[in-house]
Design a binder for this molecule. Structure first.
Ligand code: NAD
Length: 482
């Protein structure tokens, strides 16, 4: 029985349809949705980009991209042929008039229209404007915008204003692909669909929470861009803060787009300024597998951080006194994204041994192996008396779903289908993005004014010593990266 929920017939225009993101993620994802039967017959995908090429050439480009970046489904050549037959291509200039009349001729007004802005943000305004001057978009059209959404509060506000001049907020889908991950949605299911967790989800029972997004790759290849942004702008302001909001928010009264986003916004507003000694910025040195950050960024004097660890506080009734430790970095020991909730220890034990040794830990893994595990304390099996051990109750989605696991859509494909459905729950609202920059700006300005020099860390390590020390001082330690 297919669990795929059909969507309405659509025309999806991908501006930047020849770009890296389109070829690596968007189109291979759409192919998987096509194969699963979710893309209705008659729907069209229109690539629109700068290169001059015809539709036949575009179709082969995308077939090759699927073959390169797709999973096992790429071997289904029959489906792939049918999929690329639903593709068109228009060579277009976002900054000029070339291609727009042709695009207007291709996009139908009687189906769901979505325009994916997979181009540099400096072109968002041009695209929004020309979609109107050429009378392509209407009051029902949706636009999808990629990150980065500004580089500070001022630029984000300007971008919001530009988009708002042409589209209503209900038409704008600001993508953060972390929100499309199965586990992230499951986080809400676990919190708000069980009796077990929510009653404990507060400062009476939670000791602290850690959010880690560790990557093993460096910035090589995109060093020029990255060097102007750094881990705070590239990862914390969007992905980590979104995860923080979902883990910390109050229960919305229902699972609706504005209900969820209102609650997330309140979390951001309750975030306290972070003292400089609660921020550790790092930059990787050369290691056995590759060059240093400065070589990757081609900037021998760079002070940009490729790692950041912070201790954050949410000043509200639920979370007062519970630290949220955030950490993210490039070229770290392991690729691992995880949210971990450390519950308090019991305070008193009737068994022998150290009461503080055993505690419940709920960890929510975004990658690899999306899933959750809950550490619980049980009696060590066997005749050895009442000895306690901690064991994980493991729920890896791939195991839980069995052979259906491959049906779990990847973040991009799920989010694109949400756009077609008109569901904004997993997209960032304009005020949320601005509030997030409003919190990060003073922190960034602070270290810039102090001429803060990032701490060194060895490539392939767990980050700078100071980041470890920050938790040590609090009598805690980072979850091991593995
Ligand atoms: P890219 O450089 O690979 O592709 C850019 C695309 O824009 C090309 O298709 C190009 O033809 C088109 N383009 C450039 N100038 C144009 C113009 N004047 N008119 C019309 N089309 C024009 O970029 P990318 O890596 O695919 O990134 C696209 C967007 O997605 C960017 O906003 C980027 O920040 C964001 N993003 C990319 C990734 C990624 O993994 N590549 C991840 C997250 C976000």
């Amino acid at each position: 029985v297919s669990r795929v929920i059909p969507v309405e017939t659509f025309d999806l225009v991908i501006f930047g349809g020849t770009g890296d993101l389109a070829r690596r993620k968007i189109l291979p994802g759409l192919f998987r949705r096509f194969r699963s039967g979710q893309m209705p017959v008659g729907s069209r995908i229109i690539g629109a980009a700068r290169s001059e090429m015809d539709t036949a050439a575009y179709r082969s480009m995308i077939a090759e991209a699927v073959a390169e970046f797709g999973g096992d489904e790429k071997n289904d050549t029959k489906s792939l042929d049918a999929f690329v037959a639903a593709l068109d291509y228009v060579a277009i200039d976002a900054k000029g008039d070339g291609g727009w009349v042709e695009l207007a001729g291709l996009v139908r007004s009687d189906v769901v229209q979505a325009f994916y802005f997979s181009v540099a943000p400096s072109l968002f305004g041009d695209l929004a404007e020309r979609l109107h001057t050429h009378k392509i978009a209407n009051a029902q059209s949706r636009i999808v915008v990629e990150k980065p959404f500004g580089r500070d509060l001022e630029t984000a506000r300007a971008l919001n204003k530009t988009l708002a001049a042409h589209f209503d907020e209900s038409q704008i889908y600001r993508i953060d692909h972390y929100l499309g991950k199965e586990t992230v949605q499951n986080l809400m299911a676990v919190r708000f669909g069980n009796m077990l967790f929510e009653p404990l989800w507060n400062n009476h029972y939670v000791d602290h929470i850690q959010i880690t997004v560790a990557e093993t790759v460096g910035v090589g290849g995109r060093g020029g861009y990255y060097d102007k942004s750094g881990a705070m702008r590239d990862m914390v302001q969007n992905h980590l803060m979104q995860l923080l909001c979902l883990i910390a928010m109050e229960p919305p009264n229902q699972y609706g787009p504005d209900e969820v986003r209102d609650e997330k916004l309140k979390v951001i507003r309750a975030l306290q300024p972070v003292a400089p000694h609660h921020i550790v910025r790092g930059q990787y040195d050369a290691g056995p597998d590759g060059p240093s950050y400065r070589e990757d960024a081609e900037n021998p004097r760079s002070f940009t951080e490729s790692f950041i660890a912070m201790k954050c506080e949410i000043a509200n009734w639920r979370w007062a006194g519970v630290p949220f430790y955030l950490r993210t970095g490039k070229r770290m020991k392991a690729r691992s994204s995880e949210i971990t909730v450390y519950f308090k220890d019991l305070g008193h034990t009737i068994f022998e041994g150290d009461v503080a040794r055993h505690r419940n830990i709920l960890s929510i893994r975004l990658q690899p192996n999306e899933g959750m595990d809950l550490q619980v304390t049980i009696k060590e099996p066997g005749p050895g008396g009442m000895r306690l051990i901690d064991v994980p109750l493991d729920m890896t989605f791939a195991d839980a779903l069995g052979p259906d696991a491959e049906e779990v859509p990847d973040a991009y494909e799920r989010l694109i289908m949400d756009v077609i459905r008109g569901n904004q729950t997993l997209f960032m609202r304009g005020d949320e993005v601005e509030a997030a920059w409003g919190w990060t700006d003073p922190l960034i300005n602070g270290w810039e004014a102090r001429n803060d020099v990032p701490k060194h860390y060895e490539a392939g390590s767990a980050g700078p010593e100071d980041a470890l020390a920050m938790l040590h001082r609090d009598g805690r330690k980072w979850r091991e990266l593995k």
